[in-house]
Design a protein around this ligand. Structure first.
Ligand SMILES: NC(=O)C1=CN([C@@H]2O[C@H](COP(=O)(O)OP(=O)(O)OC[C@H]3O[C@@H](n4cnc5c(N)ncnc54)[C@H](OP(=O)(O)O)[C@@H]3O)[C@@H](O)[C@H]2O)C=CC1
Ligand SMILES: CC(C)(CO)C(=O)C(=O)O
Length: 301
C-alpha cells in the first residue's frame, strides 16, 4: 500500500516506522522540522518495546500527496488543517487514530476519500529528531466509522498486520470510540492536572474523580444510542490505567510541554453531547474548566 502518515510526532512516527519495516509498503511521513530533516538524513529510529530503523519518505508539506491510505495522527485541534492539506491530494481512504471525538466527521466534511475510524493503544513518545520510543505495546482497532463491515477496512487491517502492527478490524467502531473516550475522559485530565502517572487514577483520592468522569461518559454514550454500561466503561478505564500504570498520559505530556491539550475533543465533547441530551455531567464540566483555565494562561508563562 502507498500510505501517508499525516502527523509524524509520537504516535505517527511509531506507526510510520512499523509500517515501513520489511519494505512491504511505500510510506511517506508528514511532519515538522527538525524531525523531517533527520529522517531524510539518517532515517527514523524506533526504540523501546518495538525496534526499527527505517528510511521512509518525509516531508513538511502535506499538500498534493497521493496514495491508497492517509493515516491521520495530528492532535485533534489540528485535524481541520490536516484535512484541508489532504484534500489537495488523492486517497482511497483516510484513517484517524486520534483520541477524542469529532475527528472522523471533520475529515469526512473535507475529504472525498472514505473515512475509517480507529483507535491506538500503543504508547509513543517523540524523543529527538529522527527518534521515537514505544513506551507500551498495544493494538490498532479500526473499521467503518458508522459501524458494520467494510472491505476497505479489511484491506487496511491486512496491510497493517503484514508489518507486525497489531490490528483488529471491528464492526462496532462507534461503540469502540465511546469506550476509548470514557477511558481518556477519566485518565487524561486527572493525570494532567495532578501531574501523576496513569496508575494513580486507580488510587484515592484521584480514583473517585476519574471514575465519575468515566461513568458520566458512559451515561452520555447510552443517551446517544450506544450500548456501553457504567461497568464496561469503568472496567475499560481501570484496565488501561493498570496496563499503562507507569505511562505519562498524552494530556499530561501536553501540559508538561506547555502545549494546548485535547480537552475539547475529550471532556469537552462529553459536556456538549450531555447538554444535547439533557444530562448533567458535573465532573467532566469541572475537568474541562480547569484544563481550559490552565490553557488560557499559556501565552503568559
Ligand atoms: N502518543 C501516544 O502514545 C498516543 C497518542 N494518541 C493520539 O494520537 C494523536 C497524536 O498524538 P501524539 O502523536 O502524541 O501527538 P504529537 O504532537 O506528538 O504528534 C503530532 C505531530 O503532528 C504535527 N503536525 C500537526 N499539524 C501538522 C501539519 N499541518 N503539517 C505537518 N505536521 C503537523 C505536530 O507538529 P506541531 O506540534 O509542531 O504542531 C506533531 O509533530 C492524538 O490525538 C493523541 O491523543 C493515541 C494513542 C496513543
Ligand atoms: C490510553 C492513554 C490514557 C494512555 O496513556 C491515552 O490514550 C493517552 O494518554 O492519551
Amino acid at each position: 500500500m502507498e500510505v501517508v502518515v499525516f502527523g509524524a510526532g509520537s504516535l505517527g512516527s511509531l506507526v510510520g516506522a512499523v509500517l515501513a519495516r520489511e519494505s512491504i509498503h511505500d510510506i511517506t511521513l508528514v511532519g515538522r522540522q527538525p524531525h523531517v530533516e533527520a529522517i531524510r538524513e539518517t532515517g527514523l529510529r524506533l526504540e523501546g518495546e518495538l525496534e526499527a530503523h527505517v528510511q521512509p519518505r518525509a516531508t513538511t508539506d502535506g499538500r498534493d500527496l497521493e496514495g491508497d491510505l492517509a493515516v491521520v495522527t495530528v492532535k485533534a485541534s489540528d485535524t481541520a488543517v490536516a484535512a484541508e492539506a489532504l484534500a489537495t491530494g488523492s486517497f482511497d481512504a483516510a484513517l484517524s487514530l486520534q483520541n477524542g471525538m469529532g475527528n472522523e466527521e471533520t475529515l469526512a466534511e473535507t475529504l472525498e476519500a472514505t473515512v475509517l475510524a480507529g483507535t491506538a493503544s500503543y504508547g509513543a513518545i517523540y524523543r529527538q529528531p529522527g527518534v521515537v520510543t514505544c513506551t507500551g505495546l498495544g493494538e490498532i482497532v479500526l473499521g467503518a466509522r458508522d459501524g458494520g463491515s467494510s472491505a476497505l477496512a479489511e484491506r487496511v487491517g491486512e496491510a497493517f498486520t503484514a508489518t507486525g502492527l497489531e490490528t483488529i478490524v471491528v464492526d462496532d467502531m462507534p461503540r469502540r470510540l465511546w469506550e476509548k473516550l470514557a477511558v481518556n475522559a477519566g485518565i487524561n485530565p486527572v493525570t494532567a492536572l495532578a501531574d501523576v502517572d496513569n496508575g494513580a487514577v486507580l488510587e484515592a483520592p484521584t480514583a473517585e474523580i476519574a471514575r465519575a468522569a468515566t461513568r458520566e461518559t458512559a451515561r452520555v454514550a447510552r443517551a446517544c444510542g450506544i450500548s456501553l454500561s457504567d461497568q464496561e466503561a469503568l472496567a475499560a478505564m481501570e484496565t488501561v490505567a493498570a496496563e499503562t500504570a507507569a505511562n505519562t498520559s498524552s494530556m499530561r505530556q501536553d501540559v508538561r510541554a506547555g502545549r494546548r491539550t485535547e480537552i475539547d475533543a475529550i471532556n469537552g465533547y462529553v459536556v456538549t453531547r450531555a447538554a444535547e441530551t439533557g444530562l448533567e455531567v458535573p465532573t467532566n464540566r469541572l475537568l474541562r474548566a480547569l484544563v481550559r483555565t490552565w490553557e488560557r494562561g499559556l501565552g503568559h508563562r
